[in-house]
Design a protein around this ligand. Structure first.
Ligand SMILES: Cc1ncc(COP(=O)(O)O)c(C=O)c1O
Ligand SMILES: [Zn+2]
Length: 411
């Protein structure tokens, strides 16, 4: 049932077996799975009949046996947003809402479902990751479900909700004194020496493929068509290029046709190496030191920055970097207009969308999909002091009446 042939270097195209390897030993390029597309005979109807999880696209995912986890991951809502659209002055706006992805409320449940299944297939006994928070939550939950050990490495300054969201699954948590880039460097050394399955390091070739499912679902949920514009957050640079790869693959196997959407990269101004590179016309991002409330996307040296830049340019998109203030404003706007509570990564993506519309880069009369990748309940502290405090009353009816009368006077 698998179309997986092996791995290939993204840059020099050298071939490798489908093992836990992730860099080309000839040119140091990243490795990605290769499929025999001609062996895939899938119809729209076949896919639509399958369970509503990310495995409905399993022929395009890099596993050789049966899925082991992720049976409720993916197939998140694509929400048509009329009230938000009106506020932004656009006609056709959708939120792809991974803030309600199962089981840990971020897009990471897609990539971990695939990496964890592949880790079991390859015989790993410990599942590990370098994370800004959401990935650790997901690795810990999926490992618990699989009954295997997990060890997650995070920076030591994460939000309380992100820490709790891992700890509840009882993994080993190593909180490292440093930022994500320091954590990642340490994990690369550990992965080389200890033979653990680091989902985003030695299993990265498989992990990244899980992100394609966000693109597959958007096309299916739009009635098997591409949107005109798509905005994705960028941290390590996994998601954006894989959405594009997924969109291309659907066309390759005949499930959709037309022109790819223009794809835009959203970053926080306090950590925008990719947007800086796009603006400066560079092919590779120059590393930065992150300083933003958007901690889940605070990666100063993105592993797949080159691929993000290639995809944005190839589709005719652009980048937008937004202030922390704009991020919080966008979190509130999304909540108040559409009832969706996202974390700063989502605030960044929506704020970037607003900026691109205001600058006239995204026109108002074409379809727009905004990828919301994480849930706001994990990062309550970023909005807590901005919200209206509750009206405190005693149990007495007359006190309610007095409050109501005073309110009517205002309205
Ligand atoms: C909520 C959220 N959105 C987006 C991202 C983007 O990550 P990447 O660019 O590595 O796919 C991350 C991860 O680090 C995240 O936690
Ligand atoms: Zn190579």
């Amino acid at each position: 049932m698998t179309a997986l042939i092996g791995l290939q270097c993204h840059l020099c195209k050298a071939s490798f077996p489908a093992e836990a390897i992730y860099v080309c030993d000839k040119c140091l390029g990243p490795l990605e799975p290769v499929y025999d597309y001609s062996s895939i005979h899938l119809t729209r109807e076949q896919i639509e009949r399958r369970p509503k999880n990310l495995w409905r696209y399993r022929e395009l995912l890099p596993i050789t046996g049966e899925p082991r986890t992720g049976f409720n991951s993916g197939y998140t809502p694509l929400v048509r947003c009329t009230r938000l659209a009106e506020r932004l002055g656009v006609s056709e706006l959708y939120i792809k809402d991974d803030s309600v992805n199962h089981p840990t409320l971020s897009y990471k449940d897609r990539v971990v479902s695939v990496a964890a299944t592949r880790a079991v297939e390859l015989g790993f006994k410990v599942l590990a990751c370098a994370s800004t928070g959401n990935l650790a939550n997901s690795v810990a939950a999926h490992a618990a479900r699989l009954g295997i050990e997990s060890c997650v490495f995070i920076p030591d300054n994460l939000e309380a909700g992100k820490l709790l969201g891992s700890a509840i699954f009882n993994p080993t948590i190593l909180a490292i004194a440093g930022n994500y880039d320091d954590v990642n460097r340490l994990c690369t050394q550990v992965a080389d020496r200890y033979g653990w399955g680091f989902v985003n390091i030695n299993l990265r070739s498989y992990y990244a493929e899980g992100a394609k499912t966000m693109g597959f679902e958007i096309v299916e949920q739009l009635g098997w068509r591409y949107p005109k514009h798509l905005i994705s957050p960028v941290a390590g640079g996994t998601l954006l290029p894989r959405i594009v790869r997924g969109l291309r693959e659907l066309r390759e196997i005949g499930l959709v046709d037309g022109e790819l959407p223009k794809v835009y990269a959203a970053q926080a101004a306090g950590c925008s190496p990719v947007v800086n590179a796009l603006d400066a016309g560079l092919e590779y991002p120059e590393p930065v030191r992150p300083n933003t409330i958007a901690k889940s996307i605070a990666i100063g040296n993105p592993a797949d920055g080159y691929q993000v830049i290639q995809c944005v340019k190839a589709t005719g998109g652009a980048g937008a970097a937004v202030s922390d203030e704009a991020i919080v404003g966008a979190i509130q706007l999304l909540a108040e207009t559409e009832g969706i509570f996202t974390e700063p990564a989502g605030g960044t993506t929506l704020a970037a969308t607003i900026d691109l519309i205001k600058r006239g880069i995204i026109p108002p009369d074409e379809s727009i999909v905004v990828c919301i990748t994480g849930n706001g309940y994990k990062t309550a502290e970023v909005v807590a002091d901005k919200l209206t405090a509750p009206v405190r009353l005693s149990r007495a009816f007359k006190e309610f009446e007095a409050w109501h009368a005073s309110r009517e006077a205002v309205v």
